[in-house]
Design a binder for this molecule. Structure first.
Ligand code: BGC
Length: 746
């Protein structure tokens, strides 16, 4: 096919309004302050340490209860002028303790020569998860399944308020890595596999965090992470090499970062891993050429944990720590999450004095850090005002968390409409996640790995929620098989003697990062045994998946009557599951990723045509267990009358598409309408389809609505042979459910 290339599109055009906009007055104040600073003071500002470094105790063995150490505070904050602190020392604290921490740090920062306040950062990735009493929301993978950026925005506003209420103005969130490798233990921290969905949700979160509502709330900074190419390591293991062609990097992995930067995100955290053999912390191409020159990012780049030291200790690209410091800072790092030694600061100073790092590079980094401190208002309130500390919001946030969980939980299968249950149904609830709070929340919940439940005693587990909702004694419980061990069959069968239906709560234990690495994607044998055994005994089997990534179970999936994927739905998740199971809530989540059938091969929905082909010998083409965007409802929806207003277009046009969506049932519900586009022939093999728009539409019983979409022709661009975005003339199909129509780009 001979196609003339119609138009090259610079990234900035696709982003319509590109680049973080720093506040000019903050920048000029920062400039004035910078001009008074010594090299030592500047190096301090570029250093971030963990709270352990100013706490009583040794290393991670902190004294209990936690307390700050005044000698360390004097040295770190006053003598060395360290500019930033992070984390919690392994605990969740109440607001009073946060107040003590933040006000003490500020008291010391005000004793330093220039009285520069400290920037505190934290991982409040699904709620203020390190503040006692704060609501925990569904993790990002569940939020993505809601296809509801407006609600994600609201959630982010609540989270920002709660985190600020603990005196902290900076959140290491959202994760904008694109989740295309289900083996990766941080898959659940992503918004799934599609770059458009990730971008929409990511921008909503950034806006929710950073919108000051015309100055009515205090400023708060988002931190996009982990820039870039982190999420698809070849081995599937955390922090191992990713090999991604530049074309895919730009089209898939970079796009969400670009969109969130255009939305004004103030900071960005760098990927701990390596891209095509180069550690990202040492990559001038990614940190300068792309991030600064193309995406026009003006904010702070912060390293991930120990990642400058890792250039020597793990990546082996620098012989010494001191060389690693020069490599990373020269590549474009502004702030180092050191966070456990004082050598970084020393080596930074030595490198500058020896001419290995230019003074201008230091000034550029420090100017950005000080500008952010001014923008966040930290200079205006150096001694954190007592009235700024607030208990986390409890009532409205809980409702929102419940609503998000309801909208995320995805009904993947419902043979013979076994769900919703009638209240007369007698059920046995069993499986490792039936009575387990941690399986609802996953990692980054009160502790890094989310293994401590003592902070949320009131949270309902699935079995307790079902018992409450039924309230008639029809729900019985057996602990059942664990992730690794089988109970004797007679024990399992006896427990189910008086019931027709068994609800199996399966999935994963909690994890994040390295501790979550696995060597096999298949769901544990002991868990699949439960499905086999109860089915063989003639029971109806309903499976609830509580897990951070799709664990394959093709051989036993066919034995299940119903399957609900609840992802990691947060504190209110069990109630949402129970309400869906009895029909109080109509499920409306859609899978934000492709659920693989086999552990050995994973193909995303936007695969190439060749990946869909069977051959004469084997049906080997794309055939996932569940498709991206799949999700059932108790309502029946039908789509009709898809219309495209302008079918002959140029690259400057916007395509207007309408479709009639009807609820043909007597049950009110919500349907997410997904619009896919397919470039029919292109100079780079086109994806079979790409998500280009979506809308969640609530419908009353028997209600019909016309749903409209506007898609700019430039949004159909792909990255061409020379790694630039282009739109080529020719035919494009749009598809919505089973309807399809085309346009021609001239
Ligand atoms: C993680 C980051 C996190 C940082 C600070 C790292 O290990 O990769 O996502 O923000 O720790 O806790």
């Amino acid at each position: 096919m001979n196609k003339t290339i119609l138009l090259f599109i610079p990234f900035s055009f696709l982003l319509w309004q590109c680049g973080t906009k720093t506040n000019d007055s903050a920048k000029s104040k920062a400039q004035a302050l910078l001009s008074q600073m010594t090299l030592e003071e500047k190096a301090g500002q570029m250093t971030q340490l963990t709270i352990e470094m100013i706490s009583k105790g040794e290393g991670f063995n902190l004294e209990k209860p936690h307390a700050l150490d005044t000698t360390k505070l004097q040295n770190v904050i006053v003598n060395l002028g360290i500019g930033s602190i992070l984390n919690v020392g392994g605990h969740t604290y109440d607001v009073n303790h946060w107040k003590e921490i933040i006000t003490s740090i500020e008291k010391y920062s005000q004793q330093s020569r220039l009285k520069i306040p400290v920037l505190y950062g934290i991982d409040a990735i699904h709620g203020a998860n390190y503040t006692v009493g704060a609501t925990l929301y569904p993790q990002q993978i569940g939020l993505a399944a809601t296809f509801n950026p407006e609600m994600a925005y609201k959630m982010a506003q609540f989270v920002a308020n709660d985190v600020r209420g603990s005196g902290i103005p900076w959140n290491f969130s959202p994760v904008l890595d694109v989740g295309r490798n289900p083996m990766w233990p941080r898959f659940w921290e992503t918004f799934g596999e599609d770059p458009f969905l990730v971008s929409q949700m990511g921008v909503a979160i950034v806006n929710g965090y950073q919108n000051t509502n015309n100055g009515t709330v205090k400023p708060f900074a988002a931190c996009l992470k982990h820039y870039v190419a982190y999420s698809n390591p070849q081995s599937g293991h955390d922090r191992t090499p990713a090999y991604i062609p530049e074309r895919q990097l730009r089209e898939i992995y970079l796009l969400p970062f670009a969109k969130a930067i255009a939305a004004g995100a103030k900071t960005i955290m760098i990927n701990s891993g390596e891209w095509n053999g180069e550690p990202v912390h040492a990559s001038k191409f990614l940190l300068q050429t792309v991030l600064r020159n193309e995406l026009k990012f003006e904010g702070i780049t912060v390293t991930d944990w120990e990642d400058i030291k890792n250039l020597t200790e793990r990546h082996k690209v620098a012989e010494t720590y001191k060389e690693a410091v020069a490599l990373a800072i020269n590549a474009g790092i502004d702030l180092a999450m050191v966070p456990l030694d004082l050598d970084f600061t020393k080596y930074l100073i030595e490198n500058v004095n020896e001419g290995k790092i230019k003074k201008e590079r230091i000034d550029e980094a420090v100017l950005r850090i000080l500008t952010l401190k001014y923008e966040l208002g930290l200079f205006d309130e150096p001694n954190a005002k007592p009235e700024n500390f607030k208990e986390p919001e409890q009532i409205e946030s809980k409702k929102l968390s419940y609503e998000l969980a309801c909208q995320s939980i995805t009904l993947l299968k419902n043979e013979g409409n076994i769900l919703p249950f009638s209240m007369n149904e007698k059920i046995l609830v069993t499986g490792p996640n039936a009575d387990y709070i941690n399986a609802l929340n996953g990692g980054w919940s009160h502790t890094w790995q989310g293994r401590d439940t003592s902070y949320n005693p009131k949270v309902l587990t699935v079995v307790n929620a079902l018992k409450n909702v039924f309230a008639n004694g029809n729900v019985s419980y057996l602990k059942g098989n664990t992730y690794t061990q089988n109970l004797p069959e007679n024990v399992l069968l006896n427990a189910a003697q008086n019931v027709n239906t068994v609800v199996l709560c399966l999935g994963e234990d909690t994890y994040t990062e390295k501790p979550g690495d696995i060597n096999d994607l298949e769901l544990d044998e002991s868990q699949q045994n439960l499905i086999k055994m109860y089915k063989k005994a003639g029971k109806k089997v309903v499976v609830i998946l509580l897990e951070g990534r799709p664990r394959t179970f093709a051989k036993t999936e066919s034995l299940c009557d119903a399957i609900l994927d609840a992802y990691l739905p947060g504190n209110e998740g069990a109630l949402a599951i129970a309400d869906i199971m009895v029909g109080k809530v109509n499920p409306s989540g859609k899978l934000p990723f492709t659920f693989p059938r086999f552990a050995g091969v994973h193909t995303t929905y936007d695969c190439k045509y060749t990946e869909t082909l069977n051959n004469d010998f084997k049906p080997i083409g794309f055939d996932p267990l569940f498709h991206f965007g799949q999700g059932l409802s108790y309502s029946n929806f039908n789509y009709a009358n898809m219309k495209i207003e302008n079918r002959d277009v140029t690259v400057k046009d916007t395509v207007s598409i309408t479709v009639q969506l009807n609820n043909t049932s007597a049950i009110a519900g919500s349907e997410t309408v997904l619009v896919f586009a397919s470039d029919v022939y292109a100079s780079i093999t086109p994806s079979v389809k790409r998500l280009r728009a979506f809308k969640r539409v609530p419908l009353d019983k028997y209600e019909g609505k016309e749903v409209q979409f506007k898609i700019a022709v430039t949004d159909l661009a792909f990255v061409g042979l020379d790694n630039k975005f282009i739109v080529e003339p020719g035919k494009f199909y749009f598809s919505i459910a089973n309807l399809k129509d085309s346009i021609t780009v001239k």
